[in-house]
Design a protein around this ligand. Structure first.
Ligand code: FES
Length: 647
């Protein structure tokens, strides 16, 4: 009879093992990641698994708990002292007796909390760069002159297999005190993802240390978002955000570059501001998650190229002008203290690679999260900001570009534009016959119209139009015939409706006539046309490079995508024709990518390799860009059709 077959879920990895093999060893030999701090002493409780029953009959595995050895004295003791949830076993202490389907709990929170906006649920298999290793060090002996550190290294090699260990210099003076305090039992944190291939001791604690944390952070131009995560369980302890204080130096990226160019200490001031904000945010997530910031041992950052440079203290001037040279495009590693991140002294920082001068580590993060290169279908991934970052590809080939959309989509340059806040109009419908509008205001729970303007809306006060509504109102104006295919507000309509009002030599649409008059002017429509034409022309260039007429699926990353209605985006021709069900907002995909790189160092290599292969297209250098841009000024487009929209 052959050895029992063991299948690990959710990875699906499987193998046959002799009766009596500890489940933890089986997992290790298959490359299934199961955490262990105590090295199989049944004290840390990190190696928990459950055994599934029955549900995998198709794999011809009968999985019953009887196929696992009964709990031994050590496991019983652990259960008595620390408690084991129903059905959980310590994989280091349970031996394989028969065929099994083993579930490695992923502390499911990752799916639920972070990727809640992602189109596809993702389980991030854990393989963090930092591992905690508990050891019992041999006591000093007058006859063996080996130093304390050398004996620590020896036992780390013997029990855990770490060879050629290095140690963070700050730990050396503390070492003897820690060993004696722990009565020769200590937990070492080993970082195995340094620039050098040698593993590093980055932390040391007396006794058993059972928790280590990491942060995944997306430094956006307006908002900095952060997750605090247990590196051992993958559980998200807290997530939070703060506004980027660099806003006071310039609202958008280019004005921040000009600030640096015009002020001798501008770069320094901005670096200081963003680092302070990050340290403040670390304080906030630690408080929420009830975690000591010194338990943070690893950090992953993503950012657009200018934020990336300013965060690292690099002058971003070169990014403000052609040829948009990055100081460094590859992935980077630092000691956290080198860039003034206030966490554990031995913590490391990893930055994802940048794709190109305008396509940053944030786009790399989004690419890692959505994985166009992992699938056969042609995926378009767009992150709309002042610059749209565009990635298009599949398993065969991935191309990327950025397109200068300007701030119109964010409500800037729009006469009544404002940030999303109470009082902002966020949804609009226009009756095609009467041309009367209906709208929804943030902070009011119902549609309002001018006739029966709801009391609630009146109380909140209508103050402007936010980015998502600008797309809708222009699309609705087009659908109701107020603007032509060329985007001209039709003055002739003034006879039909008092809402079409003259404004100098052009006309405007009066959306709300209240305390504050909210109109959509000809200039507003133009600003949206320019922004959407830039976006579409960039996408179109990439489609040409790929030689495709249509895309299979579209992902909107970032805040903008979460609020716009895909149908209106297509009515205006922001994005190419696509099945509407295939257009999805994926929220902060860049942050999800950072989280993946934090929890699994394999994803770091994956995105580094992918970014090397991505073909970068510089829109400014492509002669066809202008032509695509001109066609895309029309609504939805002069030459391209949108058959899926009419269907
Ligand atoms: Fe620590 Fe199993 S490895 S309890």
């Amino acid at each position: 009879r052959s050895d029992p077959l063991v299948l690990f879920m959710p990875s699906g990895k499987r193998g046959r093992f002799p009766v009596g093999t500890p489940v933890l060893d089986a997992a290790r030999s298959l490359g299934v990641y199961v955490e262990s701090v105590c090295g199989g002493r049944a004290t840390c409780g990190r190696c928990q698994i459950t055994v599934q029953e029955g549900s995998f009959a198709k794999h011809q595995i009968v999985s019953k708990n009887e196929n696992l050895s009964p709990k031994g004295p050590k496991e019983e003791r652990y259960e008595q002292i620390r408690g084991l949830p129903e059905g959980r076993r310590l994989s280091c202490s349970s031996q394989i007796l028969g065929d099994l389907v083993v579930d490695v709990p992923q502390d499911t929170v990752i799916n639920a909390q972070v990727v809640r906006k992602a189109a596809t649920d993702r389980i991030i298999e854990r393989n963090a760069a930092v591992q905690l290793c508990y050891v019992e060090v041999e006591e000093p002996d007058m006859h063996k002159p080996l130093g304390d550190l050398d004996r620590l290294k020896a036992v780390l090699q013997k029990d855990w297999g770490w060879k050629d260990l290095l140690i963070a210099p700050h730990l050396i003076p503390q070492l003897q005190g820690i060993l004696r305090k722990g009565n020769w039992a200590v937990t070492a944190a080993i970082h195995r993802d340094m620039d050098s291939s040698r593993p590093f001791i980055v932390g040391l604690w007396p006794g058993l240390k059972n928790e280590a944390y990491g942060i995944a952070c997306d430094i956006g131009s307006t908002t900095i978002a952060m997750h605090l995560v247990s590196l051992l369980s993958g559980r998200i302890a807290a997530s939070s955000g703060t506004s980027n204080p660099q806003i006071r130096f310039g609202e958008d990226l280019m004005s921040r570059v000009s600030y640096v160019m015009m002020n001798p200490d501008g770069r320094e001031a901005m670096t200081k501001a963003v680092r302070e904000a990050i340290n403040g945010l670390i304080g906030k997530v630690c408080e929420e998650g009830n975690v000591d910031r010194h338990d943070i041992l690893d950090a992953v950052f993503v950012a657009n190229p200018i934020m990336h440079h300013l965060f690292l203290g690099i002058d971003p001037t070169e990014l403000g002008q052609a040829p948009f040279a990055l100081a460094v495009s590859g992935a980077l590693q630092y000691w956290a203290h080198e860039i003034e991140i206030d966490v554990n002294r031995g913590a490391r920082v990893y930055l994802l690679p940048c794709i190109a001068g305008h396509v940053g580590a944030d786009a790399a993060g989004a690419t890692l999260a959505e994985g166009p290169y992992r699938q056969d279908r042609m995926m378009l991934l767009v992150d709309v900001g002042t610059n749209a970052e565009i990635v298009l590809g599949n398993r065969q080939r991935v191309v990327a570009a950025s397109s200068p959309t300007g701030p119109a989509f964010e409500g800037a340059e729009i006469s009544s534009g404002q940030r999303a806040a109470p009082g902002a109009i966020e949804r609009v419908r226009i009756d095609p016959v009467t041309l009367e509008p209906k709208f929804r205001v943030i902070g009011v729970d119902a549609w309002s119209d001018e006739a029966g303007f709801s009391e609630a809306a009146a109380a909140v006060g209508v103050t402007g139009i936010c980015g998502s509504a600008i797309i809708e109102v222009v699309a609705e104006m087009y659908l109701s015939g107020i603007i032509s295919e060329d985007g001209v507000v039709d003055g002739g309509m003034a006879e039909r409706s008092p809402r079409i009002i003259p404004n100098g030599r052009t006309f405007s649409y009066l959306l709300h006539d209240g305390e504050q008059r909210i109109t959509v002017t000809q200039n507003d429509v133009r600003a949206i046309q320019l922004a959407k034409a830039a976006l579409y022309a960039g996408i179109k260039l990439l489609m040409e490079k790929q030689g495709v007429e249509h895309v299979d699926t579209i992902r909107f990353a970032g805040a903008f995508g979460s609020f716009i209605d895909p149908k209106y985006a297509m009515v205006l021709g922001l994005i190419p024709d696509c099945d509407l069900d295939e257009v999805k907002a994926v929220g902060n995909a860049a942050g999800t990518g950072a989280l993946m790189a934090l929890l699994n160092r394999g994803h770091r290599r994956e995105i580094e390799e992918t970014v090397k292969k991505i073909e970068k297209i510089e829109t400014a250098l492509e002669s066809k860009f202008q032509e695509h841009f001109v066609y895309a000024m029309a609504l939805p487009n002069k030459v391209d059709r949108f058959p899926k929209l009419s269907a």
